[in-house]
Design a protein around this ligand. Structure first.
Ligand SMILES: [Zn+2]
Length: 517
């Protein structure tokens, strides 16, 4: 039997040692707003908003919780950021409310269940079993009486497999093995689920082959009632199917979905803005964004990014270190809430900042660790995983591939000993160095960057390119990067924010986040 879903419990073996410490050159160790310890205090405060959401059963039965834009938890998180900006002595702090766009709907699951049904064919006294890591995916809908059907395993859902598997009238189990991170698997997983519905499946279960028993929300819009299932629960389900098949009773194995949902509109939210005027070029702005909302604990997505954002604002707010350009810090709402896109509303409400910006940075998913298979096997046969000594931000990108920014990034990695790999990619025009793959390009939409005007999102002649030719930028650029620059904040510290790297010592997601990804 798999262990029950345990919120907040690490899904892997964390151990007692952190990752290898960052190299902090002499003279750069006094940035107290940016030590790992200081950032972790912020992170704990941020995660607490999620735990309060859970305790209060903010959404339905309480199976879903988080820092949810349009709800008190989301509001309180952004307000907290504003309070930290003010506490740092920043004079120009703005709370900018906005409404959900007309016609937009926020799909929310209020309660749900995935139940394997017991049957005498499996042995006397066999009982139902609820798989607690099941997670319904937007915008799934299930009849009020539930959806009950036999199970069929569809393998990886390849075309070759599906020519030999009849999924009609059944719930198909799809094995999904993320090759890097769930977000990068959307392009493969969602079409395969949709293909199953086109072939007559009544529902799809994505077995997310990741360590532990987590809930995962990715892979929405899969074409019908879809649930993700945590890796260990998934392994259990697949084992049950194998044994039932061995015993010749696989056709008796049935599952029942229950799902109650709502669609919310007419919600409201707000962004928190902190402006630190530049001392030499106040008419040029650098905009630094982190989304404040999250599903579940969301320590990694994006509690760490928000903690770093707050740390940076507090660091640059000190008189001893005035920025040359104007810095605009944005704790934005609505990354996960349809019709309440925080960055888009920021641009609409602050056109002067957008017009005068020379660089936009997005900070997201910055404190994560590599995982490795453990030597140990649990009693249920599950191969355990350990968090090893390497960090693993999911991606860092310079949206316009500006050589200046890429070089800045490279120097930051070398200077602080952080763990990033460079590679060159021939883009068909000329060879340019890339920071990591996948590159965050114009069409890359993760993070709020998609909401920024096109000129913020890459392409020649855009803001990044301007920064890329401007040698004055690095002083203000502790976090090189453009859109979707997850990991950038932690690792690119050529500028003043070097000690952010220390965050990896203590701000790992694992002490907090057993459920988000
Ligand atoms: Zn995020």
């Amino acid at each position: 039997m798999p262990p029950a879903f345990e919120p907040h419990v690490p899904p892997v073996i964390v151990g007692e040692r952190g990752v290898a410490p960052a190299v902090v050159p002499p003279g750069e160790d006094a940035f107290t707003a940016l030590t790992g310890g200081a950032l972790q205090v912020h992170l704990a405060s941020i995660v607490q908003f999620s735990r309060t959401s859970r305790e209060k059963r903010e959404i339905g039965s309480g199976q879903l919780w988080g820092r949810i834009t349009g709800f008190p938890s989301g509001h309180d998180t952004v307000s907290w950021a504003a309070g930290r900006f003010e506490e740092a002595g920043i004079d120009d702090v703005r709370r900018q409310p906005f409404d959900q766009e007309p016609g937009a709907e926020f799909w929310l699951p209020l309660s749900w269940e995935m139940r394997l049904l017991g049957d005498p064919a499996f042995g006397a006294g066999t009982e139902d079993l609820v798989l607690t890591t099941a997670m319904p995916l937007a915008p799934s809908a299930v009849p009020p009486e539930g959806l009950e059907a036999p199970l069929v395993h569809a393998g990886f859902g390849t075309v070759a497999e599906l020519t030999q598997i009849d999924v009609r009238g059944k719930v198909a189990v799809l094995h999904v093995t993320p090759q890097g991170h769930l977000v990068f698997e959307r392009g493969a997983a969602v079409p395969r689920a949709r293909a199953l519905f086109e072939r007559g499946a009544l529902g799809v279960i994505n077995v997310i082959d990741l360590p532990g028993n987590e809930r995962a929300r990715d892979f929405s819009n899969c074409g019908g009632p879809c649930f993700n299932l945590g890796g260990r629960d998934g392994r259990f389900l697949e084992t049950v199917m194998d044994r039932a098949a061995d015993a010749g009773v696989l056709d008796r194995l049935r599952v029942r979905f229950a799902l109650e949902t709502t669609r919310r509109s007419g919600l409201s939210a707000h962004n928190a803005i902190a402006v630190i005027p530049g001392s030499e070029r106040p008419d040029e702005t650098i905009i630094i964004n982190a989304h404040a909302d999250a599903w579940f604990d969301g320590a990694d997505d994006n509690g760490d990014g928000l903690a770093v954002l707050v740390g940076l604002a507090r660091h640059f707010a000190t008189e001893a270190d005035p920025p040359r350009r104007t810095l605009v810090f944005v704790a934005s709402a609505g990354h996960h809430s349809p019709g309440m896109n925080g960055p888009r509303n920021f641009v609409a409400m602050n056109p002067a900042f957008a017009d005068s910006s020379v660089l936009a940075l997005n900070i997201e998913h910055v404190a994560q660790r590599n995982l490795s298979p453990a030597r140990s096997v649990a009693a249920d046969g599950y191969r355990e995983f350990v968090a090893d000594a390497g960090e693993a931000p999911i991606v860092a990108g310079v949206s316009n591939a500006a050589p200046f920014l890429e070089d800045l990034f490279r120097r930051g990695v070398e200077r602080y000993g952080t763990n990033f790999v460079f590679r060159s990619v021939d883009d068909g025009q000329r060879r340019r160095r890339r920071l990591s793959r996948p590159r965050c390009g114009d069409r890359h939409h993760h993070a709020g960057a998609a909401a920024l005007p096109h000129q913020w999102r890459g392409g020649r002649g855009d803001l990044g390119a301007r920064a890329g030719t401007d040698g004055a930028v690095p002083r203000l650029l502790p976090q090189a990067g453009g859109c979707g620059a997850a990991g950038t904040a932690q690792s690119a510290g050529v500028g003043r924010a070097v000690t952010i790297a220390r965050a990896r010592l203590s701000a790992s997601c694992f002490p907090f986040d057993g459920v988000n990804r």
